[in-house]
Design a protein around this ligand. Structure first.
Ligand code: FAD
Ligand code: DHB
Length: 389
């Protein structure tokens, strides 16, 4: 099999890249290890920044997003038993849209298949060769794909990054001493907006997917197995952490239809290009989910990569491809800092003493009480700063 751009991974990065390239008349083949049903039902991110929504809409995959996405003008930070709203619309004129990542994935798969695009499911890539030359190849379970360029969009655990010779990549990494237990429950959301909650027992997050579906997260021990968290324990813990002092709010519960535990890390490799291999999305960088940035960064990478590849294929101009890493990394590091900052402000670290907790509460009081500090959050969370590289 032969194509212009061989794409490994049918997550948001790989699928959107294939879709954007098709818009430029550039051929691609997407190789995906899992089956279609699995990737369409993997519950993960939910928050889209405005630039992400704009790009999906402009490229023709925004129809269902516009109908079903929930536009939010702010979030709540809850601590010490009380809620404090950060009003993005008032502070920076920006909004976010809550729309499940798996819905973005479904929309992109439908668009690619309707346009005659090729996505090979259950085609796990096993090796990438020849990236220092002009005819790279991807070996996959079921065959070989020859191409002009390889896009490694295969997430943190993929194989594309391994094709870069040892020593050519710098790795920046931090692990966190906790994980997130995420659930999806068949119950209407208990709040109109997202609630990020800092509690002595750990972080909790109330989010949603639709007027009938609530998405909730709890900070848990990184060694915990899902079995350690039967439904009743989850609801009790969520109720305790999210409780308000005046008792004027209750968390609705309902059947849990999805449950999973995700470890937390910060990770960046530089550069994001080696020869004819380009890394994009989680294959190149991971953020802890507290800032809701991961999918938005993946989308931004492939926006830049698609434009650079179009210049190269159409005009032979290699300048934008040479500038790919630098064009992505400004935003990546802004998001790295913001995600680390939100994580540190809202979670309990095992080594934290009473002094550290007081510092956290003082910081939360400042962020919610000062217009200047709140504006910092309202610039970062919806993606107002750092959006263009
Ligand atoms: P992935 O979605 O990981 O896609 C990679 C694809 O490659 C997968 O389909 C995988 O099966 C495939 N693959 C892997 N190896 C191979 C191989 N060898 N051959 C072929 N295919 C392969 N981000 C946000 O922006 N907002 C949020 O609110 C948010 N919340 C999150 C909450 C949780 C609990 C988690 C886990 C993540 C969250 N994220 C969030 C992050 C977001 O989900 C990721 O950043 C996003 O999925 C990255 O997209 P990607 O396409 O780069 O990688
Ligand atoms: C969701 C996930 C996040 O990581 C976050 O910060 C906010 C919301 C969600 O899945 O809805």
């Amino acid at each position: 099999m032969r194509t212009q751009v061989g794409i490994i991974g049918a997550g948001p990065a790989g699928l959107l890249l294939s879709h954007l390239l098709a818009g430029h008349g550039i051929e691609s083949v997407v190789l995906e290890a899992r089956d279609r049903d699995y990737v369409e039902h993997r519950v993960r991110a939910g928050v889209l920044e405005q630039p992400t929504v704009d790009l999906l809409r402009a490229s023709g995959v925004g129809e269902r997003l516009d109908r079903q996405g929930m536009v939010h003008e702010g979030i709540e930070l809850r601590f010490d038993g009380a809620g404090h709203r950060i009003d993005f619309a008032a502070l920076t004129g920006s909004t976010i849209t809550v729309y499940g990542q798996q819905e973005v994935v479904k929309d992109l798969i439908a668009a690619r298949l309707a346009a005659g695009g090729t996505i090979r499911f259950e085609a796990k890539a096993t090796a990438v060769d020849g990236i220092d030359g002009t005819r790279p190849t991807i070996q996959f379970e079921g065959g070989e794909l020859a191409c002009d360029v390889v896009a490694g969009c295969d997430g943190f655990w993929g194989i594309a990054r391994d094709a870069v010779p040892a020593g050519a990549l710098s790795v920046y990494e931090r692990q966190y001493p906790f994980a997130w237990l995420g659930i999806l429950a068949e119950v209407p959301p208990s709040s109109k907006e997202l609630i990020y909650c800092s509690h002595e027992r750990g972080f909790a997050l109330h989010s949603m997917r639709s007027p009938q579906l609530t998405r909730l997260y709890l900070q848990v021990d990184p060694d915990d197995a899902v079995d350690a968290w039967p439904d009743e324990r989850i609801w009790t813990e969520l109720g305790t952490r999210l409780a308000v002092r005046d008792g004027d709010w209750t968390l609705g519960d309902g059947p849990i239809v999805d449950k999973g535990i995700t470890p937390m890390r910060s990770f960046v490799v530089e550069p994001m290009r080696h020869g004819r291999l380009f890394l994009a999305g989680d294959a190149a960088h991971i953020v802890p989910p507290t800032g809701a940035k991961g999918m938005n960064l993946a989308v931004n990478d492939v926006r830049i990569l698609a434009e650079a590849l179009a210049k190269w294929f159409k005009e032979g101009d290699e300048g934008p491809l040479d500038a790919y890493t630098a064009a992505c990394l400004g935003r990546v590091w802004r998001a790295q800092h913001f995600s680390w900052w939100m994580t540190s402000m809202l979670h309990r670290f095992p080594e934290d003493d009473a002094f550290q907790r007081r510092l956290q509460l003082a910081q939360l009081a400042w962020v919610t009480g000062s217009r200047a500090a709140a504006t910092g959050l309202a610039e970062n969370y919806p993606g107002v700063v750092g959006t263009r590289g």
